[in-house]
Design a protein around this ligand. Sequence first.
Ligand SMILES: Cc1ncc(COP(=O)(O)O)c(C=O)c1O
Length: 364
Amino acid sequence: MSLTFAATPNAAPLGAAERDAILANPGFGQHMTDHMVRATWRQGEGWGGAELTAYGPIALDPAAAVLHYAPEIFEGLKAYRHADGSVWTFRPDKNAERLQASARRMVLPELPVEDFLESLRVLVEADEPWVPAAGDGEKSLYLRPFMFGSNAFLGLKPVTEATYMCIASPAASIFVGGPKPITLWICEDYARAGAGGTGAAKCGGNYASALRGQLEGAQNGCDQAIFLDSSTHTYVDELGGMNVFFVTKDGKLVTPELTGTILPGITRMSVLELAKEFDLVAEERKVEIQEWKDGVASGDILEVFACGTAAIITPIGGLKWNGGEAPSTAGERGGEVTRGIRERLLSLQQGRSEDSYGWMHRLV
Ligand SMILES: Cc1ncc(COP(=O)(O)O)c(C=O)c1O
């Protein structure tokens, strides 16, 4: 039986003037809305206790599994307001399925797809005034579903209780000042994920392990780090929170294949499908970091971009590594294909072009 979220609306939501001030300049991940949803899974009982409440701190036993062994997974997707006032999200069934895949890897319970979708609907309905207006740049309401082992037990074994929650945060573009080409640090000393590990799952631990490389990049004047395969440091994996694509001179749109260490991004999956609209042949294969350096220098690689829910499509400019650098060939705003795919995706998400793929899902 699917979950029904019992609603206890926030008795003291933020006033309209304060909310509008936040929506005028939301940043990313800084402000939370008035509500949250949660549901609890218990071994032998399944999912229950589904509720919508005021946003606020949660109580956790200090011995809760998540605080010690990190059984934690999450998702990220956006709610977009369309011109007629309705609110939509992009391929949420794929996020639901990815949360299930992450749950299987981390031995957490799977939340049924319909319960995941209902949790988003209930939250966005309650926090509807927090969804930025249509036409307000690239603003959206970022949704963050997550799940963690909440039973109190010190020892490594499958959890007997899991808490699922979803919170929401109004978002502007992740990169301040819009889609300018970013400079990447080639991270050779630290890996984000390894063979047989959890790279393909969206679990908190992957991000904790990416942080050191990201920081090293920042210390070297880069915006983000690009991670390589952990065993040979030869092949391109992905960024800390985005997948990567190459537009080649011979008409291909190439992205590293999913080897188990890369997160199967929903934007990545969608860009692969959009390739044909740009007369490009989509190709998933191994890409050597040397091929990237050589290709940009020779002109065989025309454009490079990163993609993900938060970043949408972001042009990649220069590359730096220990002892070297390759200057940007991306110009001020990235290449033509990068800009074209970005606009196509955004126009679909914002309801400005026909949803010929059936990717959009109405929430409110
Ligand atoms: C490590 C990583 N890779 C890629 C992505 C892009 O995935 P998506 O397009 O589903 O947002 C994300 C963001 O979720 C990510 O965290």
